[in-house]
Every structure is written in structure tokens, then in C-alpha cells.
Design a protein around this ligand. Structure first.
Ligand SMILES: NC(=O)c1ccc[n+]([C@@H]2O[C@H](COP(=O)([O-])OP(=O)(O)OC[C@H]3O[C@@H](n4cnc5c(N)ncnc54)[C@H](O)[C@@H]3O)[C@@H](O)[C@H]2O)c1
Length: 310
């Protein structure tokens, strides 16, 4: 099969590597030339990690993966290539207005036969499906990070997605060794509907001075068996993406628990994005041995603390 992937950031690279590993040709484009230029190197690194984790001893594994990846520097060339693809997968910022305007631009230029997948982690598929002009063949395929190592893919049909499209998506994902599961088209779907409020609560408790990064993550790791604590997960998701997801979920649900804590906004402003920028809740100077940071600069106290100081 042939895939067209729009957006080659953290999740785009995961999907590109996954598609290539599964033997599919992948055409890629990103509006940011620097990000696009670093895509092959990023996919090579990811493929090498996958080979190590899965104990794949094929010396040519990484080359076989990168051989399947075709980068396009020009939007027009990418659209031309996408015309001959089976699946168009968007992996751009979590912003409904942006996604809809980009889809309204790209998808009408493609033949009806090209199906549309979105890697959104929380947004309503219906406006995206309408914007792209193919509501019966539009669906969310929310992969987890890093895609080639995390089997789960949340499959979220819209109001008009056809049964044939759901089945095509399920079979295609199974063929890629993924574990698709159906989830509802509500803000955050299933996974983030449960996870995001918990992650935001953790940051709120941290900024109230109630918990540290180290104790918080140790507690979840040793008591609930989480493979990594909530703060480390934040660092992999990155602060800008968490902020976008929280704001979009707040806007669509009006649920105050989704409103992003001040610390998240401050971290984005300070460039403390997480693992990719070298600093988040952890110091990632040594990526193999991240160190929990002292986040006391972000503690704003509780309402009682603030009242006492007045
Ligand atoms: N980060 C995670 O852990 C995670 C997990 C699951 C799902 N997601 C979802 O995946 C999507 C992408 O998230 P990410 O973490 O990869 O973000 P990211 O910031 O790493 O990458 C997004 C990319 O989209 C590109 N882009 C933005 N507008 C564009 C446009 N108009 N045309 C072409 N490219 C454009 C950006 O240049 C950037 O490279 C979002 O919908 C997010 O909610 C993220």
C-alpha cells in the first residue's frame, strides 16, 4: 500500500517508521522545512530503537525502513504523490481550526478513493471529515507514542463513517501488527478522556507544592505499575502538545478539569517542552538517565497560602 503522511513531527515520524516497517511506501511533507529535513534521521533513530527492543537481527532493517520513505520539499509535489496513495494520514498540530483548514485545502485535490485517517488525540472527527469532503471515508486512528513500539491504536469513526471504512481501517492496522480498538467520538476519545484530567491534576498538585516530580513518578511506577510516571509521560508528549490538547478538550467539553494549569503555560513560554528540548519535568541532558528536576520555581501555592501572604 501507499501512504501520504502530512506532518513529520514526533507522531508523524512514528507513523512513517511504522508504515515503512510494514512494507508500505510513505510519502511525507511538513510545512516546517527544518523539521522535514531531519525526518529521515529521526526515523532511522526510531527504527534502530525498534530493532533493538524487538531483537530484530536483520542488519539491513534500518535501511529497509528508510528506503520506503519519500520526502517532498514542495507541497505541490506531495499532493501529486498523495493522489496515487491509498491512505492520507494527517499528523499536524492538535488544533481543530488548523486541521480543518488544511484538510479543506489538501483533500479535495485527491481522488475519492483516497481514505482519510487523522492521528488526532482528542478532536471531533466530524468537522474534519466534512472539511475534507469525504465523510464516509474519514476516521481517527490515534496511535500512541512511540507508534512502532506501542500496539494500541484508537479507532474513532464519525457520524457518517461507513462500516466498510471501519473494517478497512481495522484490517489495515492489524496487517501492520497494531492492536486497533473502537472508541467514542467524544473530546479525548477513550484514552485521553481518562488520561488528560489525571495528568493535568498531577501538574496542579505539583504547582501547589504537594508533590515532587520524583515522588510522584516513583509512586505511580511502584504502586500502580505504570511503566513511567505521569511527569515523564508529560515530557514525552511535550508541553506544547499537552497545552493544545488540554485547551481543545476544555473548549469542546467546558469541563474545568481540562483547563491547563499555569505551570504548563509557563513551561511552554520558557521552552521547557520535555525530552525533545532537553528540559521539562526532567533534565534530559543525558537522555538515557533523565533526572527529575526541582520544580520549586513553579510552585504557586494553594489559595490558603496566597491568602496568608496578603
Ligand atoms: N505527542 C504525543 O505524544 C501524541 C500522542 C498521540 C497523538 N498525538 C497527536 O498527533 C498530532 C501531532 O502531534 P505531535 O506530537 O507529532 O506534534 P509535533 O509538534 O511534534 O508535530 C506536528 C507537526 O505538524 C507540522 N505542521 C503544522 N501545521 C502544518 C501544516 N499546515 N502543514 C504541514 N505540516 C504542518 C509541524 O511543522 C510539526 O512538525 C496531534 O494531533 C497530537 O494530538 C500526539
Amino acid at each position: 500500500m501507499k501512504f501520504a503522511v502530512l506532518g513529520t513531527g514526533i507522531m508523524g515520524r512514528g507513523w512513517i517508521t511504522q508504515c515503512a516497517m510494514s512494507g508500505h511506501d510513505v510519502h511525507c511533507y511538513d510545512a516546517n522545512a527544518q523539521i522535514l529535513a531531519s525526518t529521515i534521521a529521526g526515523c532511522e533513530k526510531l527504527a534502530a530503537t525498534v530493532a533493538k527492543k524487538l531483537k530484530n537481527e536483520d542488519q539491513n532493517f534500518v535501511n529497509k525502513v528508510t528506503d520506503k520513505i519519500i520526502l517532498h520539499n514542495e507541497k505541490g509535489a506531495f499532493i501529486d504523490a498523495a493522489k496515487g496513495c491509498d491512505v492520507f494520514l494527517e499528523v499536524i498540530y492538535e488544533d481543530l481550526k488548523l486541521k480543518c483548514s488544511v484538510l479543506a485545502d489538501f483533500l479535495p485535490q485527491l481522488p475519492e478513493s483516497v481514505v482519510f485517517w487523522s492521528n488526532s488525540s482528542s478532536l471531533d472527527i466530524d468537522p474534519m471529515a466534512l472539511a475534507g469532503g469525504r465523510p464516509d471515508r474519514s476516521i481517527v486512528t490515534h496511535g500512541m507514542n512511540p507508534v512502532p513500539l506501542m500496539p494500541g491504536v484508537e479507532v474513532v469513526p464519525g457520524a457518517k463513517t461507513s462500516a466498510a471504512m471501519i473494517e478497512f481501517t481495522r484490517q489495515t492496522l492489524l496487517g501492520m501488527n497494531k492492536a486497533p480498538f473502537l472508541a467514542p467520538n467524544i473530546p479525548g476519545f477513550w484514552v485521553n478522556r481518562l488520561l488528560v484530567p489525571q495528568m493535568l491534576d498531577a501538574v496542579r498538585l505539583l504547582e501547589q507544592g504537594k508533590i515532587t516530580v520524583e515522588d510522584g513518578d516513583t509512586g505511580l511506577f511502584t504502586s500502580l505499575g505504570h511503566p513511567q510516571g505521569t511527569f515523564k509521560l508529560h515530557d514525552f508528549v511535550t508541553a506544547p502538545t499537552m497545552l493544545r490538547v488540554a485547551l481543545q478538550m476544555y473548549q469542546s467539553s467546558n469541563d474545568p478539569r481540562m483547563y491547563p494549569p499555569l505551570t504548563l503555560m509557563r513551561m511552554v513560554k520558557n521552552g521547557e517542552y520535555g525530552a525533545s528540548s532537553g528540559k521539562g519535568f526532567y533534565d534530559w541532558s543525558d537522555p538515557r538517565n533523565p533526572k527529575a528536576r526541582d520544580m520549586s520555581q513553579y510552585v504557586i501555592g494553594t489559595a490558603e497560602d496566597i491568602l496568608e501572604q496578603l
